[in-house]
Design a binder for this molecule. Structure first.
Ligand SMILES: Cc1cc2nc3c(=O)[nH]c(=O)nc-3n(C[C@H](O)[C@H](O)[C@H](O)COP(=O)(O)OP(=O)(O)OC[C@H]3O[C@@H](n4cnc5c(N)ncnc54)[C@H](O)[C@@H]3O)c2cc1C
Length: 569
């Protein structure tokens, strides 16, 4: 397969956002293919638990809900960093996207009257999170996968994107490595859509799959796209002690309560009106404070108690959570509280893109967790990310079609051939290097730096330490060497290639956090504990300067009708 392969639209990523975009392109009559480093149904979307938001008003307490209130909650939850016109699109288009998934066959839990069930979630004024028990992502991903199969959409499974190819007319295709054989291939495309997911694995403690390394985000940055708001990292308050497997917000939505080691329901001290259902940044800080001030349990955790819900509710609405707690912590939540602690969960930052997925590079769109639209601002509300994949996946697919229809011109064939040759050379150099450091050592150090110094609580000295440690790791990475020779299933090679990008993303995250001398949403500076709208109601934009080093600039937030106010719950 060394000939040039061409598709009108090439989508990198087979999670929910990539598959939703693929369906949109196909249904508009264009040729589309999906390239994914894992088999699509193994994408992290399939691990989503709690649900997807839409103001359907199905819940008995939700009759007065509306898309406008959903938009307001999203913007307030974002601590006024979301672009308001885009949060409005997210909320307005939510009901249509969720009902469409229902029509395509997605299982949802239901109320007795047959309508889609909805549960309360943090920071939401009404119960508006639609769910399929605690396996919502699994059901949505399989539904979209079936829709792609039914349409005969071409899939390239286990192909690893390494480079985005550009010429004077913007993005023209990608270079990718076939994981099974090690074969390098160039794919040309009229439009490239990146749907590569988040980059949580730059942290050691994370709920994310090991595949969430942000390699598509890093490739866009290398190709010249700006990365937006990278310092905003969501720490989920309730992950299982030790393993950091997610314990869904749906558990608190169903009535789960948090207790410290003194037996106190401590959320009353932090968010008295909504208690456990405060947004994630607030609950994560509350738990971390309890632990830091000596009111946690030995080992640094608090307890999430659902015993009062009773065995029937736990078994029907939270079966996956119960299984996780039994398998990985040895506790049955019907009888014993679950030990939980905060850990990295979601990447608010990503490739800067508009409401149609358009990035700074012509012909290159980005969608889903790898993008920053920005609808989540400095803190994402639970249930809004699955929604983002559906709403903006469709919009990016539609936009790709309109770009094709206005004409993308001809690619410079030399640019495609050169990119392939460059990558072949760099892999050969890496494989030939006889001495140097192992990638796994550098990766572990990077993850420790991020967890220790760029976590829930941040301050200048720690962030400065992280920035210089990451710069030093980038230097050491230049001499990285492989343990495994050969081309078939060489994950040592793939991990080494990905690590270069992860170090860039980690470095930009720490630089952005050091520069931002305020506290907003997930970014909490103990040395600057107040939000500062005057100076910092701005998006951080990172680009590569001429020497290849990251450079920060700032863009205005788009405000429509929601005046920033103090965020109290
Ligand atoms: C445990 C967990 C639970 C969650 N629960 C919820 C929830 O209940 N509600 C909610 O709203 N959100 C939830 N989220 C967040 C949400 O699931 C994700 O943000 C969303 O599913 C991301 O979808 P995506 O399509 O952008 O990316 P993903 O589903 O992560 O897919 C990324 C795709 O990109 C491909 N890819 C990446 N890099 C490359 C490369 N270099 N080459 C080729 N392919 C590549 C991968 O193979 C994969 O197919 C949860 C997240 C986690 C981790």
């Amino acid at each position: 397969m060394s000939e040039l392969l061409h598709h009108d639209v090439l989508i990198v990523g087979g999670g929910l956002s990539g598959l939703r975009a693929a369906v949109a392109v196909h249904d508009a009559g264009h040729d589309v293919a999906v390239l994914s480093k894992v088999y699509p149904i193994r994408s992290h979307s399939g691990a989503a638990q709690g649900g997807v938001n839409a103001s359907l008003g199905n819940h008995p307490d939700g009759a007065d809900d509306s898309w406008e209130l959903h938009a307001f909650d999203t913007i307030k939850g974002s601590d006024y960093l979301a672009d308001q016109n885009r949060a409005e699109i997210l909320a307005r288009e939510a009901p249509a996207r969720v009902i469409e998934m229902e029509h395509w066959g997605a299982y949802f839990s239901r109320f007795d009257d047959g309508r889609i069930a909805q549960r309360p979630f943090g920071g939401a004024g009404f119960p508006r999170t639609c769910y399929a028990a605690d396996r919502t992502g699994h059901h949505l991903l399989h539904t979209l996968w079936q829709q792609c199969q039914k349409r005969g959409i071409e899939i390239y499974p286990e192909w690893q994107l390494t480079d985005i190819v550009t010429d004077a007319g913007g993005a023209r295709g990608v270079v990718a490595l076939h994981v099974q054989t090690g074969h390098l291939q160039v794919f040309s495309a009229g439009v490239v859509i990146l749907a590569g997911g988040g980059h949580g694995r730059i942290y050691g403690s994370s709920t994310n799959a090991y595949i969430n390394t942000g390699s598509a985000t890093a490739a866009a940055y290398t190709a010249g796209a700006r990365l937006e708001d990278m310092e905003f990292v969501q720490f989920h308050p309730t992950t299982l002690l030790g393993t950091n497997i997610l314990i869904s917000e749906g558990v608190r939505g169903e009535g789960g309560l948090l207790f410290n080691s003194k037996g106190e329901r401590f959320m009353g001290d932090y968010a008295p009106s909504v208690m456990e259902l405060a947004p994630r940044d607030i609950v994560a800080r509350a738990i971390q404070t309890e632990v830091n001030e000596g009111r946690g349990f030995e080992g640094g955790y608090v307890q999430l108690d659902i015993r009062h819900l009773g065995a029937d509710v736990i078994k029907s609405r939270l079966p996956g959570i119960r299984q996780i707690a039994m398998d990985f912590a040895g506790v049955d939540p019907i009888e014993t509280p679950i030990p939980v602690q905060p850990a990295q969960h979601y990447s608010m930052g990503g490739v800067s893109s508009d409401e149609n997925g358009q990035t700074d590079i012509e012909g290159l769109l980005a969608v889903g967790e790898c993008s920053c639209v920005s609808v989540h601002g400095s803190n994402r509300l639970g249930g809004n990310s699955l929604l983002e994949t559906l709403v903006f996946g469709k919009r990016a697919g539609d936009h790709a079609v309109s770009l094709l229809e206005t004409g993308r011109g001809d690619a410079d064939a030399a640019a495609l051939a050169d990119a392939l040759a460059r990558r072949e050379r760099s892999i050969r150099d890496l494989s030939d290097r006889k001495s140097g450091e192992r990638q796994a050592v550098i990766r572990r150090e990077m993850q420790e730096v991020m967890t220790d110094d760029v976590g829930v609580y941040r301050e200048e000295a720690g962030l400065a330490r992280a920035v210089s440690a990451l710069a030093a790791l980038k230097e050491r990475y230049r001499g990285v060497t492989l343990d495994s020779a050969g081309s078939r299933l060489n994950y040592d090679l793939i991990d080494a290639l990905e690590l270069g990008g992860m170090l860039e993303l980690a470095h930009i995250t720490a630089l952005g956090a050091l520069a931002r001398t305020e506290s907003r949403g997930s970014h909490w500076r103990t040395d600057h504990p107040a939000r500062d709208d005057e100076r910092w109601m701005k998006h951080t934009m990172a680009t590569r300067d001429a020497s290849g080093a990251p450079e920060l600039a700032y863009d205005d937030v788009i405000v429509t009708t929601y005046e920033p106010m103090e965020r109290k719950y």
